[in-house]
Design a protein around this ligand. Structure first.
Ligand code: SF4
Ligand code: SF4
Length: 358
């Protein structure tokens, strides 16, 4: 049976109030609020955006959804996990301060920000997964102490997985630092000596101290590398490369299996809302403003993470008239969808239902 995906056209030019109304409309289409019970902890999973990033979901867009959730439970909170890489989201204090700077403050969103894996990213719970890549996942504990999740995702391209959308938000985004390490352990970047200009930038960004300069070239120590991909992103000369197909396939499959473990925890009490606005080449971990690779498309919602991602990708590529994600990084993003389908995370077979404001 085709999975229902609701779609409303939207653009940043609508302004925050209209986007908030459209977000609420797309949320209400799911009838999801009825599933929330008064005692539920409701985790609104989000990415607050790295410092100087402008593509992240804006707090004002969520006010309608949050008001609806608060009618059912007072225990709603906005949440993300700490990152592996060096930045403003690597511990809970810096992370919450950054969320405040991006407007996720009580006077706007009315609910607290809680970082799900504790002060320094060590609070986790292991879940069993019967996957081909993963036997157990390590998920941030606050998510697993919650009864309900609303997974709010900004759709972007991604340097390691081609696309970053709901599956990534769920699988990688809900993982504790140990879980992120586990997923990234399959990525093995290399420096192409001929292309390396010895600028040293990758050394500054490597959180594992895995890069050294030897004979005027950067060299990665495989033993120390945690596969976070920072060096891939920061090298302006394209000198850092991974085994794109092989590493990306393994990473996407692990990510889908992690996502399945989180989805199974929530059962019917999880839904997915993807914002297809300012779709950028790189994800919101990039500490800079990026232009969209396509015009703004809208917002989609579903109870199925695979269907909502497939729809988002199709809508972006339809708007672009080409595979906009492959233009950014030549990666096969379809692996996460196909593997997700294979393991029972969801279905790529969807029925698009377009709505509009009353
Ligand atoms: S950032 Fe790129 S060019 Fe600079 S040292 Fe690292 S690999 Fe070499
Ligand atoms: S070498 Fe690159 S991928 Fe490995 S830990 Fe350092 S920045 Fe991350």
């Amino acid at each position: 049976m085709k999975k229902e995906v609701y779609f409303i056209r939207a653009s940043r030019e609508d302004g925050p109030e209209i986007i908030a109304q459209k977000s609420l409309a797309i949320y209400r289409s799911l009838g999801f609020n009825e599933r929330i019970e008064a005692e539920d902890f409701v985790a609104l999973k989000i990415h607050f955006g790295e410092k100087n990033n402008t593509g992240h979901i804006k707090p004002q867009w969520l006010t309608g959804i949050i008001d609806d959730v608060l009618k059912k439970s007072n225990r709603a909170f906005l949440s993300d996990s700490n990152t592996l890489y060096v930045g403003r989201r690597a511990n809970s204090v810096d992370h919450i301060r950054l969320a405040w700077e991006h407007g996720f403050r009580p006077e706007i969103v009315k609910i607290p920000v809680i970082i799900a894996d504790g002060l320094v990213g060590r609070e986790k719970v292991e879940l069993k997964v019967e996957g081909s890549r993963v036997q157990s996942s390590r998920i941030s504990s606050a998510f697993l102490s919650s009864q309900t999740m609303i997974c709010l995702t900004h759709v972007t391209g991604h340097v390691q997985t081609g696309v970053g959308a709901a599956i990534k938000n769920l699988g990688m985004g809900c993982a504790s630092r140990a879980g992120k390490l586990d997923q990234h352990s399959v990525v093995h970047p290399r420096v192409k000596a001929k292309q390396c200009r010895n600028c040293g930038l990758c050394l500054d960004y490597c959180p594992a101290g895995a890069i050294r300069q030897i004979q005027n070239k950067a060299i990665i120590d495989d033993e120390k590398c945690i596969g976070c991909g920072e060096c891939l992103v920061v090298c302006r000369f394209g000198a850092v490369q991974m085994k794109w197909d092989e590493d990306s396939r393994r990473l996407q499959e692990k990510m889908a299996e992690y996502a399945l473990s989180v989805k199974n925890h929530f059962g019917k009490k999880i839904c997915f809302i993807n914002f297809i606005l300012q779709v950028t080449k790189d994800c919101d971990c990039m500490a800079k403003s990026q232009a969209g690779v396509v015009h703004d498309v809208g917002i989609v919602s579903s109870l199925d993470p695979v269907a909502v991602d497939r729809t988002s990708i199709d809508l972006v590529n339809l708007a672009a008239g080409k595979d906009a994600f492959r233009q950014g990084y030549n990666l096969d993003w379809s692996i996460q969808l196909a593997h997700g389908e294979k393991i029972g995370l969801g279905s790529q077979d969807y029925k698009l239902i377009e709505i509009s404001l009353g």
